[in-house]
Design a binder for this molecule. Structure first.
Ligand SMILES: [Zn+2]
Length: 433
C-alpha cells in the first residue's frame, strides 16, 4: 500500500509537470485545448494532439506497476483482480454494472453513429480532408463533440467573471460557497496540477473544503465555467453533510452521488435557462441549438466513458499484456468511431490521468449522469415546479435529502429517498432522444 501511494504521487507529479511542445513552444493542457477548439491548421492540430499524448510514454511503466500492486492487494483479499475488488467496495455488483453499461452502449449506438457521421462530414468540409484524424476533434480524447461554428459557447462568457458567476449560481440556491472560494486555488500558474478537483480536508466541523482549478484571468471560457460549477457542486455536498453523524459517516454517500450533483451543476453552463437568468446571456435564438448540443454532449461522453470502463477491465485482467495500445485503440474505434492514425502504437491510454490515479472510477460519471437526470426531473416536477437553479427551495431540498445524510445511507437509498424511485436509466435515455 505504501508503494502504491508513492507511485500514485509520482504519476501525479508527472502529469502535473509534463508539458508538450507545439511549434517549438511548450504548451500545457489549456493551450492544447485552445488549439484543438480553434485552430484551422491541420498540421498544428496534429502536433497539439500528439503533444497531449507524450505524457503516456512517461507514465506507462508506473501505471502497469500500479496495476500489478493493486491486483496483489485484491488477490490477498480474495478477489480475481483490482477491478472486481474496487467495484465490490463501491457497492456495485460487477454483473449488474456490466449489464447497465451494455444497455447504455446499445441505447446510444444508433444515435451516436448518426451524430458521428454528421460530425465527420462537417469536419471533412471544414478542413478539406478525406479522412478525419483524431486531431480534428475538439479535445484530445473526444470527450465532447466539436462545436457547431454558429454556437461558440465561449463567447457567452466573454468579459464574465467565472468565479463571481459560480458564487451567484450557488447563492440562487441558497448554498453559500464563499468559505470554499476563500480556501481555494482557482487560477493557473506554472508547475501546478492542470486539472480541477474538490478536496475535503479532515472531517471536523466546520468542514475544510477546497477546490483546485486552472482559470485564466481575463480569458473566461465555457469549459472552465462548466468545470467551476462542477467542482463547487462537489463542494456544497461536502460542506453540508450532517456534522452530527459519527465521524466515519461524515462523507458523501458514494462517488456516483457526488458526481451526480457536480454533473447536474456543471451542465448549467450550457443550459439556455441558466444562461439567460443567472449568467445574463440572452440566448433565445440559440435555445434549440443548446438543447441539441446537450444531447450530443451526453452521447459523446457516454461512448468515451465506455472506452475507459472497458479498458480498465482489460488492464487489471492482465497488466503485463504487451498489446494494451491496441486494446485501447480497438475500443476507441468501436465505441467512439475514431480511427487510429495508421501505424500508431503508443500508450495513449496512459495519457488519461484517471487510469493512473483514479482507477475504476469512470463508470461513476455515467451513473452520475443517470442520477443527475433523475434528480433534476424530480426537483423540477415535484419540488420547484420550474427551473431548479433559480430556487432556494431546491438548495434546501438537496441539503436535507441528498447532502445531509452523508454516508449513513448507501447510494441506492439516497437516490430512492431523494427522487422517490430507484435508479432508472429511462430519465437519462429520454434525454438522448
Ligand atoms: Zn467530479
Amino acid at each position: 500500500m505504501e508503494r502504491i501511494e508513492e507511485l500514485e504521487a509520482e504519476a501525479n507529479a508527472v502529469y502535473g509537470n509534463h508539458r508538450g511542445t507545439v511549434g517549438g513552444r511548450t504548451v500545457g493542457e489549456n493551450e492544447v485545448r485552445d488549439i484543438l477548439r480553434t485552430s484551422p491548421d491541420e498540421a498544428v492540430r496534429r502536433e497539439a494532439w500528439e503533444a497531449s499524448k507524450t505524457v503516456g510514454r512517461e507514465v506507462e511503466g508506473t501505471i502497469r506497476e500500479l496495476a500489478r500492486l493493486r491486483n496483489r492487494l485484491a488477490r490477498e483479499a480474495g478477489y480475481p483482480d483490482h477491478y472486481h475488488r474496487s467495484l465490490d467496495l463501491q457497492e456495485m455488483p460487477v454483473a449488474e454494472l456490466e449489464d447497465l453499461m451494455s444497455d447504455l452502449e446499445a441505447a446510444t449506438e444508433a444515435p451516436f453513429r448518426q451524430l458521428k457521421e454528421r460530425l465527420d462530414q462537417n469536419l471533412r468540409e471544414k478542413f478539406g480532408v478525406e479522412t478525419v484524424g483524431p486531431w480534428l476533434l475538439s479535445d484530445p480524447f473526444f470527450q465532447e463533440p466539436p462545436e457547431d461554428g454558429s454556437l461558440n459557447t465561449d463567447r457567452f462568457f466573454e468579459g464574465k467573471d467565472l468565479e463571481a458567476l459560480t458564487r451567484e449560481t450557488y447563492d440562487a440556491l441558497g448554498l453559500d460557497v464563499r468559505g470554499v472560494v476563500a480556501k481555494s486555488d482557482l487560477y493557473a500558474r506554472p508547475g501546478k496540477n492542470q486539472h480541477a478537483f474538490c478536496l475535503s480536508v479532515g472531517r471536523d466541523y466546520p468542514y475544510d473544503v477546497r477546490v483546485l482549478a486552472n482559470l485564466r484571468a481575463g480569458r473566461p471560457d465555457a469549459y472552465w465555467m462548466n468545470t467551476m460549477l462542477h467542482e463547487f457542486g462537489h463542494a456544497v455536498y461536502d460542506r453540508h453533510i450532517n456534522p452530527k453523524l459519527p465521524y466515519l459517516l461524515r462523507g458523501v454517500s458514494h462517488i456516483a452521488t457526488t458526481e451526480a450533483i457536480a454533473l447536474m451543476m456543471g451542465s448549467l453552463a450550457e443550459d439556455p435557462g441558466w444562461l439567460g437568468t443567472v449568467a445574463g446571456v440572452p440566448v433565445e435564438d440559440l435555445s434549440e441549438k443548446l438543447v441539441a448540443r446537450r444531447r450530443e454532449d451526453l452521447l459523446v461522453f457516454t461512448r468515451w466513458a465506455l472506452v475507459v470502463f472497458r479498458f480498465e477491465k482489460e488492464l487489471y485482467a492482465d497488466p503485463d499484456r504487451d498489446d494494451l495500445n491496441d486494446v485501447w485503440w480497438d475500443l476507441v474505434e468501436k465505441l467512439q468511431g475514431v480511427s487510429r492514425p495508421p501505424g500508431r502504437d503508443e500508450p495513449d491510454w496512459a495519457a488519461k490521468i484517471h487510469v493512473a490515479t483514479a482507477p475504476v472510477y469512470y463508470h461513476n460519471y455515467v451513473l452520475g449522469n443517470l442520477i443527475a437526470a433523475q434528480l433534476r426531473d424530480y426537483l423540477e416536477t415535484h419540488i420547484t415546479h420550474g427551473p431548479f437553479y433559480e430556487n432556494e427551495v431546491a438548495g434546501r431540498y438537496l441539503l436535507e435529502s441528498f447532502f445531509g445524510p452523508g454516508a449513513r445511507e448507501n447510494w441506492r437509498d439516497t437516490v430512492l429517498r431523494a427522487t422517490g424511485e430507484p435508479l432508472d436509466p429511462r430519465h437519462f435515455v429520454a434525454s438522448l432522444k
